[in-house]
Write a protein that binds this ligand. Structure first.
Ligand code: F6R
Length: 260
């Protein structure tokens, strides 16, 4: 398996697939793309994902920030999703995750961090509020993404329309199982608020990071399978600028298929 990048290999003329020697190098590369975006843009608008895959990305961004190589002062941020009914100070909330992993350690300006309130009394109104904020910021410039084992992006589970907007959605049983440890001994929420697939692909650049064997099948489906709503991540194959960053374990099944 080569390290480095190749493309277009996956149906979309603009999808770039980058395979790096290990998960650490993959996360560092994703962080580097964010840092480059911060440098290149006058008013960078970042879309963040949460999940275990993202922890080393944020750790690297904090490291770069301390070295003076990632300045968030002019940036605005949005997050992909949040659990419905979960307040921001809940230990398993995505708000708390972001605060601990990144926001508490870098220099966003006051008011520049936009989080979804999972405990808002009216989640439909919360969705409208958040969409207005994204529009007012001029849309998302760089959107970081992970991928679920079932091919979800954000919390757009298989079957989500490619035209879906931000909304309240029901989590798949496999997603609830994967996220159970953070809530134990309580049950995982059944619903979440998520940016829709159309919201995600409206970002000017999408960066999807997948590492580890557990993601190999979803990655192969995303890159080599039919573009359809059975695998939400395949929507990225039609996006104008997506970078997929993989470690060898996550790339393994895709790579095998390229050899036959
Ligand atoms: C989280 C999100 C999800 C995760 C995905 C992978 O904000 O949008 O789509 O990116 O579930 O999660 P991990 O990295 O924990 O495997």
């Amino acid at each position: 398996m080569p390290y480095g990048w190749y493309g277009p290999a996956c149906g979309g003329a603009t999808m770039k697939v980058t395979i790096l020697p290990d998960a650490t190098a993959a996360a560092q590369h994703a962080a580097r793309l964010v840092a480059d975006h911060l440098c290149a843009e006058e008013a960078p608008v970042l879309g963040f994902a949460t999940g275990e895959t993202m922890r080393p990305v944020y750790a690297e961004l904090v490291r770069l920030h301390r070295l003076g190589k990632a300045d968030f002062r002019r940036a605005t941020s949005f997050n992909l999703d949040e659990y419905a009914g979960v307040p921001p100070d809940h230990p398993a909330s995505f708000a708390r995750f972001m605060q601990d992993a990144l926001f508490g350690q870098v220099n966003f300006a006051p008011g520049a961090i936009n989080l979804i309130r999972g405990d808002a009394p009216d989640l439909d109104e919360e969705v409208r509020r958040y969409e207005r904020l994204i529009d007012a910021a001029g849309g998302i410039g760089l959107q970081l993404l992970g991928i679920g084992q079932n091919g979800h992006i954000g919390f757009n589970e298989p079957g989500s329309s490619f035209a879906s907007q931000m909304r309240v959605t029901e989590l798949a049983p496999s997603t609830r199982a994967a996220n159970a440890p953070a809530f134990r001994p309580d049950p995982v929420p059944t619903h979440a608020v998520t940016m829709g697939i159309e919201t995600i692909v409206a970002a000017r650049h999408c960066v999807l990071l997948a590492t580890g064997t557990a993601k190999a099948s979803a990655v192969a489906r995303m890159l080599d399978g039919a573009v359809d709503e059975g695998c939400p991540a395949t929507a990225l194959r039609a996006h104008s600028a997506t970078t997929v960053i993989l470690d060898p374990a996550a790339a393994a099944l895709h790579w095998q298929r390229r050899q036959v």
